[in-house]
Design a protein around this ligand. Sequence first.
Ligand code: 2YC
Length: 266
Amino acid sequence: MTRLKEDWIRDIEMGMKEYERELVGKTGITLLDLAAKSNGIHPDRIREAAKSYKVAAVPVKAGEGVIGTFSQSVAAILHHLGFQVIITESTDVDGIYEAWQSKAHCIFLADDQRFLGIHPSKNQISDNNIATAKGYITALEQVAGSLARRKVLVLGYGLVGKRMVRLLLEKEAQPVVYDIDPVKTADLAPDMVLKDRESMKDYPLLLDVTNQGGWVCEEMLHPEFWMAAPGVPLSLSDELYRKYEHRVIHDLLQIGTAVMMGELCK
Ligand code: 2YC
């Protein structure tokens, strides 16, 4: 997944209420409901856990370093679900130790390669790539109905795209994959590969996990399309996103982080 930038995520904390209103407006369910549905559990499981779990967000300096407001944004999303969340003063391994000293049940932390939620006493770990794939497919089902026996176009065949294809096949959907690099899709059966992106317009159900930004034009969109797009930056231009925002589910951290927490509540 694309490395986030501070100026992309700095408004997440202040914008959680507006974010939720928009999500409910599009999908009919809250972020907590989506986190539960994505994990096949009742929302009350998350509400109950929120009463007792203490969560620590641990900033990580390793590699390219801390992203301004990343830990604060993760904490705000988990707090929005009802959890008590601290952000450790210390970072990296010392931050994990501080989380343990604070008797945190769950730890959320990310380096340049991996964003994890860990619940040591339950021997559970949640990977943002998997949680993002589950959460966005669930969101697409919320707006488009069951995906079984329906073609779903997955744009971008990286870690999350691959996980999405697996989940779609488990749901008996018919995933078709487009990637700008044909080598990425070389091992897929020919009928699962979209060769030219212009024929995107034949697919009303889109899962967009690309990271090019602004490459989709209006002619490439089916008149009745729905797009669930964890990809960053968004493949629609700002103008096209403004025009079709009501048909696009997209955020930078919220759905993935919430579904990670739902996984740790299973
Ligand atoms: O602030 C910190 O602790 C940084 N070490 C966080 C680095 C996150 C890098 N990963 C990303 O920006 C995205 C996330 C949405 C998850 C996957 N890639």
